[in-house]
Design a protein around this ligand. Structure first.
Ligand code: CMP
Length: 144
């Protein structure tokens, strides 16, 4: 609606291919310059069980094993981003899932190595954002 701002929160993950290449600062700068505020973040090493639970919606897909193995291959930076229409804004800033299809200047266009090693994850809708934020963060960790 005209004149009404919709502030949202979304879950972002900077994936192992990016943490390994020391890209977290550059990616955070792109997110911030794109109008998103990092209201929580932590660097963690996922276990295989955690990766399988987080991506359980994809458990029947042929890439599930490779995806979970990759997500446990090094540390990840999990973060909560806040801003106007943060869910769709973050998806614009990330670019298409497959870096071959990602628009110039997007994070995946600039940094992703492949469909699996695609540098970042972002929630795809409001209901999944709430579940994904709750998976990694307690309310007390979201300081605004
Ligand atoms: P992400 O946004 O984290 O959500 C699921 C991930 O699975 C996706 O990014 C990709 O990294 C990975 N993936 C690997 N193969 C595929 C595929 N064929 N289609 C969609 N996602 C894939």
């Amino acid at each position: 609606m005209k004149g009404i701002t919709v502030t949202e929160r979304t879950l972002s993950i900077i994936k192992p291919d990016a943490t390994k290449r020391n890209l977290t600062g550059q990616i955070n700068a792109i997110l911030e310059e794109g109008g998103l505020r990092i209201v929580a973040q932590k660097r963690i090493q996922l276990t295989l069980a955690q990766a399988m639970e987080f991506y359980s919606v994809h458990r029947e897909r042929p890439f599930f094993g490779e995806l979970c193995e990759f997500m446990t291959s090094g540390p990840v930076l999990v973060q909560v981003l806040e801003g106007e229409k943060a869910i769709s804004r973050n998806r614009e800033i990330m670019g298409a899932t497959n870096p071959a299809d990602a628009d110039a200047g997007t994070i995946r266009n600039r940094f992703a190595l492949s469909l699996t090693e695609n540098s970042v994850h972002g929630s795809d809708a409001g209901d999944t954002a709430a579940v994904e934020i709750g998976f990694f963060f307690a309310g007390i960790e979201l300081v605004g």
